[in-house]
Design a binder for this molecule. Structure first.
Ligand SMILES: *Cc1c(COP(=O)(O)O)cnc(C)c1O
Length: 379
């Protein structure tokens, strides 16, 4: 049987390297609660991301949910519907009302020209997403936030290792949150982090992730449990040793896709951003026209055991759990892109011949579908 190619494949260190890393846990029997691995990983990570402060958490969603909770907000939060479920859920689960801003057609991030029109006296924060690792217009967002005194919490789940003019992506806004889920560019199996520069926030996040315990006999806050354990941290230490090589291999795959598909009249590719060092997290393609070409190409790839993903379809505003609460027609560009986007497989050890095979199926499908449409129209 032919091997299935999924949209992603988790990167792992050599088995022996991980075994060596966790060996001392058998001596100490200290498995969680901010042990030695947790401390060491936090230090390595702070260096790598080039940020002032970092708090490790059990996963990326709790990183975002806790970061939002830490600012003790009330009212409305401006955000994007073109993202993973986590972004919208984190806002709603904090008792806040998401107000959805449309995206721009260039990089699919929040359209900064449309933010001010959505601000009311209830607006307390903006939660933008650096989607696919593309950097938001951080300067304009900063200006708007200062003008209206809003908090900015970036969902940087896709942007691990990205820099702008040499500045780590985790330095923008009041806080940024990362995901180290198995499917992401960098993983700790499950895991996440918040980065920021604020002593108060450091304490609050600590209490939020550890039951609000402030001393052996005192609990001053209503916190939950969102701690990263020692095995996750050990995985992080190992994977971080290889992350630059990992991203370089992703770049090779990414460039092969570009070489193959650039100039194809049926699709639009993401354009590189000036001054940004990319992490080559995703390879989304957007099909032109209203012909359901996206779904056709998806099916053709699947027939060949290639499993792309429709990141991000549906919009979070169209989820069943939000039925009648939000209106996706208010973000027409996001709605349109969600109907036409397809994210192709991309991971460090995807072979270039596999990339070529995927591209040739995409190209052939576009031609076949166009012929079908022309026939139907009697041309
Ligand atoms: C993956 C992801 C998250 C959540 O991260 P987990 O580690 O899976 O909990 C949040 N936001 C976005 C945009 C993501 O892609």
């Amino acid at each position: 049987m032919k091997e299935q190619i999924n949209v992603t494949r988790s990167s792992m260190p050599e088995f022996e390297e991980y075994m060596a890393e966790i060996k001392e846990l058998w001596d100490t029997h200290w498995l969680t609660n901010m042990g030695v691995k947790h401390k060491e990983f936090a230090k390595c990570l702070r260096n790598y991301l080039n940020v002032e402060m970092v708090t490790l958490l059990a996963n990326g969603h709790l990183a975002l949910e806790c970061a939002i909770a830490a600012f003790d907000l009330q009212g409305e939060v401006i955000t994007t519907p073109f993202t993973f479920a986590s972004t919208t859920h984190a806002i709603v689960r904090n008792g806040l009302k998401p107000v959805f801003c449309d995206i721009n057609e260039n990089d699919y991030n929040i359209d900064v020209k449309k933010i001010e029109g959505l601000i009311t006296e209830k607006t307390c924060a903006i939660v933008p997403v650096h989607l696919y690792g593309n950097v938001c217009d951080v300067e304009t967002i900063e200006k708007i936030a200062q003008k209206y005194k809003l908090k900015v919490i970036y969902d940087a789940a896709h942007a691990f290792g990205v820099t702008v003019n040499g500045i780590g992506i985790g330095n923008f806004g009041d806080a940024s949150t990362f995901s180290f889920h198995a499917t992401k560019v960098f993983n700790t199996i499950e895991g996440g982090a918040v980065t920021y520069n604020n002593e108060e926030l450091k304490k609050t996040l600590y209490f939020l992730k550890n039951f609000g315990i402030t001393g052996p006999e005192s609990v001053e806050f209503v916190g939950g449990n969102a701690k990263m354990n020692e095995f996750q941290a050990a995985m992080g230490i190992c994977n971080l040793r290889h992350i630059d090589a990992e991203i370089a291999r992703r770049q090779t795959v990414f460039n092969r896709y570009r070489e193959n598909l650039e100039g194809n009249k049926g699709i639009k590719l993401l354009q590189p951003q000036p001054a940004v060092k990319s992490n080559y997290a995703y390879f989304p393609i957007v099909f032109y026209g209203k012909s359901n070409l996206r779904n056709y190409v998806f099916d053709e790839l699947e027939k060949n055991q290639i499993i792309p993903r429709k990141y991000f379809y549906p919009l979070t505003t169209d989820y069943e759990c939000y039925a009648n609460r939000f209106n996706s027609n208010l973000t027409p560009i996001a709605k349109d892109i969600a109907d036409r986007v397809l994210t192709l497989p991309l991971y460090a050890d995807l072979e270039l011949r596999q990339v070529d095979q995927i591209c040739s199926i995409v190209e052939k499908s576009i031609i076949n579908k166009t012929i079908l449409i022309n026939k139907k129209q009697g041309n």
